[in-house]
Design a protein around this ligand. Structure first.
Ligand SMILES: C[S@@+](CC[C@H](N)C(=O)[O-])C[C@H]1O[C@@H](n2cnc3c(N)ncnc32)[C@H](O)[C@@H]1O
Length: 325
């Protein structure tokens, strides 16, 4: 299928990767800069001779320029919905999640987090670059309203091929609506699915990027790590980040509160190293990147900590886990 908007985005991104302006491209093609602008805005298509010329300039095929790729359909056999998102979970937000989803929209969290990530941040920019430099198909899981590592990956390379995903359809819709109007990138795809049961074939993904999704998983974190291992190509990379409460930091906390935490949220004491290893990853590099406290957070564990009158310290880390070739 030919989609003018999609063609326009591909053209703009190919032109920018050659470092030329619309006027310079127009001069090469003997057309006006306004014509190039119309093509890039998706309001018109060039004629066939110009398409041929463009395919030579950008060293690609006319098909690659024109044809809309549904990467997720190619990978899973499932076509996207009319809104351009592929749903492997119901399109309606889950009822227990409605107020969180409303807050994401009302407070424009996606937009705020995106612009926050555009500020210089040596550590995160470096992680984004490492992931973008791996190339291939990057799968951002549990993207959440922060987008995980995705904003930093796109900051490093806006042409990265990336699937933005979350179990929450609202999160995925918010990111699609925002990125569609913010970036020219033609290589971003959107899917809503449970990362404990990923809809991809074995060995089909180059990089899985998990900026705090698995650590906050609804469901079995060990199963999510096994799924990550399964869908990665041999030699593929999982970059995962989360935080945990080191039991030694609990000394100042009343025993009664410790007991409640151990009973209600034993998962916060897990650093997931063993589960990552048992999932199959034998080469795991962990980098401690700091710590955070529940008094400056709005997660469910932060609410629980507040209800117990305590401030919990989480140590956070990023892990680079390579699947063997
Ligand atoms: C608390 S958020 C934090 C991390 C998120 N990457 C961010 O930057 O905002 C965790 C996200 O993981 C998603 N999530 C939790 N369990 C999931 C699952 N089983 N499958 C897919 N996404 C999941 C949640 O919907 C949420 O958006």
């Amino acid at each position: 299928m030919i989609n003018k908007i999609h063609f326009g985005k591909r053209l703009a991104s190919a032109r920018k990767s050659l470092g030329i302006t619309q006027t310079e491209l127009a001069e090469q093609l003997f057309v006006t800069p306004q014509a190039v602008s119309k093509w890039e805005c998706g309001t018109a298509l060039p004629d066939i001779e110009i398409l041929l010329e463009l395919s030579h300039i950008f060293k690609t095929t006319i098909n690659n320029l024109l044809e809309e790729i549904d990467l997720i359909s190619e990978l899973t056999g499932k076509a996207s919905s009319n809104d351009g998102i592929t749903y492997f979970v119901p399109e309606q937000e889950r009822s227990y999640n409605l107020s969180w989803a409303e807050d994401i929209i009302k407070h424009k969290w996606v937009k705020k987090n995106w612009y926050e990530a555009q500020k210089p941040n040596v550590f995160m920019d470096n992680v984004g670059k490492k992931i973008a430099d791996e190339g291939g198909i990057i799968l951002e899981i549990g993207a959440g309203p922060g987008g995980g590592f995705m904003p930093y990956i796109l900051k490093s390379n806006p042409n990265s091929t990336i699937i933005v995903s979350d179990i929450s359809p609202t999160v995925v819709r918010e990111w699609k609506a925002f990125l569609d109007k913010t970036l020219d990138s033609p290589n971003i795809y959107y899917a809503a699915f449970d990362f404990c049961k990923m809809p991809f074939e074995d060995g089909s993904i180059d990089v899985i990027s998990d900026g705090g999704g698995i650590g906050n998983a609804e469901g079995d974190k060990a199963a999510a790590l096994k799924e990550a291992y399964r869908v990665l190509k041999p030699g593929g990379l999982l970059v995962t980040s989360t935080g945990y409460v080191n039991k030694e930091t609990l000394t100042d906390i009343p025993k009664s509160a410790q007991d409640v935490l151990l009973q209600k949220r034993p998962d916060i004491f897990e650093d997931l190293y063993e589960d990552t290893f048992l999932a199959g990853f034998k080469k795991i590099d962990s980098v401690i990147d700091g710590c955070w406290y529940t008094d400056s957070d709005d997660s469910s564990i932060a609410d629980l900590a507040r209800s117990l009158g305590i401030n919990l310290k989480f140590t956070s880390y990023i892990r680079y886990c390579r699947k063997e070739s």
